[in-house]
Design a protein around this ligand. Structure first.
Ligand code: 4AD
Length: 468
């Protein structure tokens, strides 16, 4: 997946990964590498530096036959090194660069550089989020995002889905949960045309506009044309939750497809997609990486079996009887109440001992668009709960019957005229359909074993925090 093979375009210098994975060139062939110094070790006559361009988690060891060549190198310095690539006698590396010449591209003051070799806390690094991509942990997380996105793309490609792009600025609150960021009337996003009087920002669209909380409604419009669609897109929620699984800006994988009949079919697609991600993250054919061990372990433990499904009603029964016996929960579990994260964790960790789909929640607990079951009380939906994380995915069959949908909108206190376009999808050739949304950072956290999703995105935003 992280291609090392082949040396790529002549217009681009080789990356360290490309050089490490290519066959060893003849000892007299000069090679150039570019990167940043991660560490320097000086001995009497010789010096060693680890140089990384981020393309390979370990970087490359550069050997300076004359220690004075490394005189001006400090952590963080950017360099161009020319030398010869040789088989390395050192442990844990096949190749090293024997340096002939050093060019310092950018100095880094060792007294001031905030990203020193010593152990840095996640809190400290969040304060320096423009520099923290230079740490090994954040760099490898960025590659994990890359691998997982490619894996997802491959999965949907193989299953006949079209990758589509949906709007970020929207007119509706898809989830109806009141967590939308409104684009403020005095927003500087309002254009000023030279020569024209600046339009009053509040008149820009002629009505309120929001940042999207989910692409689902727009995806439904596209699935009503080309049947199977998906997107990986930023979503924005003005959530005040200060937890390790909530961000104000996060990425969501969402898929929507027509002609699906049961909520279990939707669960099957989700399960297969996540198993594919584990396979790809565990793949060591392009060299090991910091997360492949964990992905392989998860793969062995859970990807080889079918993930259980339990209805909300049964889940509440299990929770209630455990509560009766132990009084372990802070929140009392009862039919009609939302599952709290302590309940979700218990279901995955203790009851299922692995991922578990909880299906058929009461209609009042879920958004208006979910398909009402024949019992008239519950909807054909699911949450996928993961051990150590809680909810990773939410999905459902969508209500395809116009009368049921407008009833549900009214019950949820929504004005049907604002969703007229969405109702149109039910008026003209409505088809049974369904889909899901998966929190991308939560997936990265789970696959990568990264405790907080603030470390699963380069520049996190959460209530009270947006540095750059
Ligand atoms: O369950 P949610 O709210 O579902 C929807 O938005 C649907 N419209 C999606 C769909 O069916 N197309 O969100 C889906 C997932 C959650 O399970 C969670 O993983 C993630 O999005 N998520 C968040 N991730 C990080 N920070 C937040 N504030 C999140 N809110 C939801």
């Amino acid at each position: 997946m992280l291609k090392g093979r082949g040396l790529g375009l002549p217009a681009l210098p080789h990356t360290i990964r490309q050089l490490l994975f290519a066959p060893l060139p003849d000892a007299h062939v000069p090679v150039k590498i570019h990167g940043w110094v991660k560490s320097v070790r000086r001995q009497k006559n010789v010096a060693f530096a680890v140089v990384s361009d981020g393309s390979h988690d370990k970087g490359i060891q550069a050997v300076f036959p004359n220690a004075s060549q490394a005189r001006s190198l400090t952590n963080g310095t950017s360099v161009r090194l020319e030398g010869r690539l040789l088989a390395s006698p050192g442990k844990g590396q096949d190749k090293e660069l024997r340096v002939d010449s050093v060019e310092v591209l950018g100095r880094s003051d060792p007294e001031k550089y905030p990203i020193q070799k010593k152990e840095l806390t996640v809190e400290y690094l969040r304060e320096h989020c423009h520099l923290r991509p230079r740490t090994d942990a954040v760099a490898s997380m960025l590659w994990l995002r890359h691998i997982v996105s490619n894996s997802i793309r491959g999965f949907f490609e193989n299953n006949g889905f079209c990758y589509v792009h949906t709007p970020i600025i929207t007119a509706n609150d898809c989830e109806g949960a009141g967590e939308t960021f409104r684009i403020a009337p005095d927003s500087t996003l309002a254009p000023v045309h030279s020569g024209d009087a600046a339009p009053k920002p509040s008149e820009f669209f002629g009505h309120p506009a929001y940042l999207t909380v989910s692409s689902q409604l727009h995806l439904e419009a596209l699935a009503a044309s080309i049947s199977r669609v998906y997107t990986l897109s930023p979503c924005f929620r003005a959530e005040r939750s200060q937890t390790n699984r909530h961000l104000a800006e996060f990425w969501m994988l969402e898929a929507e497809w027509a002609f699906t009949q049961t909520v279990h079919d939707v669960c099957n697609v989700v399960e297969a997609a996540i198993k594919q991600v584990l396979d790809d993250a565990a793949d060591k054919s392009e060299g090991s990486n910091p997360w492949s061990e964990r992905a392989a372990k998860l793969q062995a433990e859970i990807a080889t079996r079918d993930w259980p499904r339990i209805t909300y009603a049964n889940a509440v029964e299990e929770l209630a009887s455990f509560q009766q016996a132990t009084r372990a929960f802070h929140f009392e579990p009862a039919w009609g109440l939302p599952l709290q994260s302590e309940h979700e964790r218990w279901l995955a960790e203790n009851l299922a001992k692995g991922p578990v789909f909880v299906t058929d929640y009461p209609a009042e607990l879920k958004p208006f668009y979910m398909r009402l079951n024949d019992d008239g009380k519950t909807v054909a939906c699911f949450d996928l709960l993961m051990p150590g994380l809680g909810e990773l995915v939410g999905g459902s069959l969508r209500e395809e019957r116009e009368d049921h949908l407008s009833n549900a909108m009214r019950k949820h206190g929504l004005q049907t005229d604002q969703y007229d376009w969405y109702l149109d999808l039910r008026r003209y050739g409505s088809a049974p359909h369904g889909g899901f949304g998966l929190g991308f950072e939560r997936l990265i956290s789970w696959v990568g074993g990264i405790e907080n999703i603030r470390e699963c995105i380069a520049m996190p935003r959460w209530a009270g925090r947006m540095l750059l």
